[in-house]
Design a protein around this ligand. Structure first.
Ligand SMILES: *Cc1c(COP(=O)(O)O)cnc(C)c1O
Length: 233
């Protein structure tokens, strides 16, 4: 049997090293960067090991899977769950029960749903407005033009705290132009909402590019946990 703890420790050190190097190259302080471990498809036992290794922020993209893991790990009271997947409005209630943050808010109806859900759950929710940088609708995210109004709606909603913007770089393309565009959109949002200074961008393959363009939250799955089995269907 392989020693999963040692494997995760090695991967975590390597990812932190990449973040440090990317920050040094960009003239930034790596203390500005929050590392989210994207634990989708991996068992709760891996999340527990990552917590033992000092990690406090984990991300999931499906409510059912996330809710089950959060319930199993309810004893880890300082663990923060981030929801990063496309979110159906009828799942808002469930997500608000365990999540500290939702990174994938991309339409006004979801703002309303999450505000009601945060109220019902009796706990505040951090929100990132997801920006669609690819023009492909099915990948989620609001059109760049729609982002300022959506940010205003989040900021005005009781129980929600606007943290900033989030994006996934278009598949198979140079991520630099996409992340540069995201930085411009983030600056527009910050003009109206100075405290919403977070940028959730960068994954295993492109975290350096994201950090070069101001990312403050990187979402890393594969480089920490290993390759996921291919999604069928
Ligand atoms: C899966 C996922 C990630 C992590 O991707 P890796 O390439 O495995 O690091 C980041 N963000 C979102 C929204 C994801 O769904």
């Amino acid at each position: 049997m392989t020693d999963r703890r040692a494997e995760l420790a090695t991967n975590l050190a390597a990812v932190r090293e990449r973040i440090d190097r990317a920050c040094a190259a960009a003239g930034r302080d790596s203390a500005e960067i929050t590392l989210l471990a994207v634990t989708k498809t991996w068992p709760a036992s891996d999340v527990r090991l990552l917590h033992e290794l000092g990690l406090r922020d984990v991300a999931e993209n499906r409510d059912q899977e996330a809710a089950a893991k959060a319930a199993e790990l309810a004893d880890l009271t300082d663990l923060r769950w981030h929801f990063v997947g496309q979110l159906q409005s009828n799942k808002a209630r469930s997500v608000a029960r365990y999540a500290a943050a939702v990174h994938s808010v991309d339409r006004p109806s979801l703002v309303d749903g999450l505000a009601r859900a945060a109220d019902a759950a009796g706990r505040p929710l951090d929100v990132f407005v997801q920006v669609n940088l690819s023009g492909e609708q099915h990948r989620g995210g609001a059109a760049p033009d729609a982002v300022p109004d959506l940010a205003d709606a989040v900021a005005a909603a009781e129980g929600l705290t606007l943290r900033g913007v989030m994006a996934v770089a278009p598949l198979g393309a140079d991520p630099h132009p996409a992340y540069a565009r995201l930085a411009e959109i983030a600056a527009v949002v910050r003009r109206e909402h100075p405290a919403a200074d977070a940028i959730s961008a960068g994954m295993s393959g492109d975290l350096e590019a994201a950090i070069a363009h101001g990312s403050t939250v990187v979402r890393v799955g594969t480089a920490l946990l290993g390759g996921r089995p291919p999604i069928v269907g």
